[in-house]
Design a protein around this ligand. Structure first.
Ligand code: C5P
Length: 219
């Protein structure tokens, strides 16, 4: 089968994880959730009692993290030093702390190197995150920025979290995190050669179809 690397970026609530995972299944490709890697090393830093305001300590904790992430789109599994943290990394305390790691340039360098190694180890892979089209895999065969209006992103994240959050809590979780992340990576505007898919008015199936069409058009 032909080799293919697909890079997908987008803000929280754009649907990039579920859409990229489904695109990987249909392309018979592996799937890499780089956000889960940032979450896992954040969990590790917190577990080790690292002071997240100490940039050197954060970078050291990330470099020392023994991280495993499944690249099977049908097996969601993340381990830190052998401990299964798949569920724990989705907890709000990790979401709130993750930007401290994501804005640490040394930590990013370490994770980008690990992400490139994982991508290079696969013939066919869909990798998604915030800087895949621009930093991690700018030479990918297909590059897509998946966007959605603020309203659509807040609605989706609310449903994902079971409808238990107030509008203000959702805004903090989605928009405030994106604002912090935007200080180091640009995932709101497509870089040169990156196709934009706006999912605001599309349902899941329509978004997958649009992403697959954008991949076919480029690869
Ligand atoms: O995609 P998800 O919301 O799980 O990502 C969690 C966090 O990881 C983001 O808020 C961002 O801080 C960071 N991240 C990043 N670069 C990536 C993927 C995720 O900075 N490529």
């Amino acid at each position: 089968m032909q080799k293919i690397v697909v890079a997908v970026d987008g803000p929280s609530g754009s649907g990039k994880s579920s859409v990229s995972k489904e695109a990987a299944r249909r392309l018979d490709a592996a799937y890499l959730d780089t956000g889960a890697m940032y979450r896992a090393v954040t969990w590790h830093a917190l577990d080790a009692g690292t002071d997240l305001t100490d940039a050197r300590a954060v970078a050291a904790a990330v470099k020392a993290a023994d991280l495993f992430i499944s690249t099977d789109p049908d097996l969601e599994l993340v381990k830190i030093h052998g401990t299964d943290v798949t569920v724990a990394i989705r907890e709000p305390f990790v979401s709130e702390a993750v930007s401290a790691v994501a804005t640490n340039l040394e930590a990013r360098k370490e994770l980008v190197a690990r992400q490139r190694a994982i991508i290079a180890a696969h013939d066919r892979i869909v990798a998604e995150g915030r800087d895949i089209t621009t930093v991690v895999a700018p030479d990918a065969d297909a590059r897509i920025l998946l966007t959605a209006s603020e309203e659509a992103r807040l609605r989706r994240r609310g449903i994902q979290l079971g409808g238990t959050q107030s509008a203000a809590e959702l805004e903090t979780q989605v928009l405030a995190r994106d604002a912090k992340d935007s200080t180091v990576v640009n995932f709101h505007v497509a870089a040169d050669g990156v196709a934009t898919v706006d999912s605001s008015d599309l349902d899941f199936e329509e978004t997958v179809t649009a992403v697959l069409a954008a991949i076919t058009a480029q690869a």
